[in-house]
Design a protein around this ligand. Sequence first.
Ligand code: SF4
Length: 476
Amino acid sequence: MNEEAISVFDMFKIGVGPSSSHTLGPWRASLLFMKSLSEKELMNQVSAIEILLYGSLAKTGIGHGTDIAIQLGLSGEDPVVFDVESIDAKISDIKAMKRILLSGTHEIEFNPSEDIEFLYSESLPYHPNALTFLVKLTSGDTIAQTYYSIGGGFVVKEGEDISHGHINYSLPFSINNAEELLHWCRKTGLSISEIVLENETTWRTEKETKDGVLNIWNVMKACIFKGCNTKGYLPGGLNVNRRAFEMNKKLINGKEYHDYDSWLMNIKSGGNDFKYILDCVSCFALAVNEENASFGRVVTAPTNGAAGVIPAVLQYYIAFCDGDSPDKIINFLLTASEVGSIFKKGATISAAMGGCQAEIGVSSAMAAAALTECMGGTQRQALMAAEIAMEHHLGMTCDPIGGLVQIPCIERNTMGAIKAITASQLALQSAPDYAKVSLDGVIKTMWDTALDMNSKYKETSDGGLAVNIPLSLSEC
Ligand code: SF4
């Protein structure tokens, strides 16, 4: 039987900050649209292109770099490998020349400030994050194609299955919720990560999956290291100072390290004092999200706004819990990905649909389950940890100031990471058979809460901190 199938590499995608739904999604949509024009052999006939942004993409698109991402996608740049240091130069060129080289092959006139339209008061019914490409061909014909960026970098073309945005496959273990996952664990005696590894053979060999997952960790740890070693202010005009740099300096007693491994040895040698470990975890999360806010290279986990939680908890596991081995790292990320996909299937990982509970809440639940399994917990304890982590994020709103993924987003990743560690520790000390609340029950509650949540708190910057704090900032 075919079923909805989400791979670990759908949940963890290498990309560019600051937002998976507002940056990476539109970037990928632009690439997909360019590919479809090439496949139909229409690329050379394009004489003009216009992009319409709706709903949340319009309201917070500027702060999230949606317009920049679209131009890079139209240019055919790959977010996985594109040199993030050259973004400014590339965008400045397009703006100055008023021309764009579509897919790197076909040049047309293009004025970003006119040809990318932010329709602030319009929304399409399927999803708040919608964008439409309007193309004029030299023949006089026109093409209109809409895409939806449904969270976590997932993109759906209008007319495709809007609920999940991924292709159906037949997996060895069909899993749509936590109960089904537990069923397979009970039946086979496999751990959650072993179940996931088996399912991943649908797409590739076990070795390829393991190598790919380790590459995900390589990008995550490079992001932590870079964030810890970069100082200055974040772009966007809020004058937010990067804090990981100073925090890291204190943690490593002012020493300088030019490579991750030496830095990690120093972090590990710092002892087990509670405040020291707390500062380390916060520093790891801040580092990633400061990179994310600076258009740096990050891994969606499961989104960019929440990209710091899972790397911070995994880095904690590596540095302080004897987790520094490839197999342990792989198991951690495989388990986290399964919990994330259960949330995606049962609720959402899009802040425009469910507020910040869908981003930081989900990432915290993913990290909590992964840490619990890796620390020797049972499958039930791992899912209990995910349930605890989400239970205490329910109702959390998304109200980024200035539409930038900075305040409250960056600090919020530290909170998500710490809650994940606490939830894991609680679950490891508990007998899950006596747990009153199931993970599936909490996922349903999260979705019900998402449906009830006012749209002001769904990544529109129309409410909460976004409307109350700018005034006080300007008064400073
Ligand atoms: S408030 Fe939360 S959901 Fe909203 S942009 Fe920030 S991290 Fe993402």
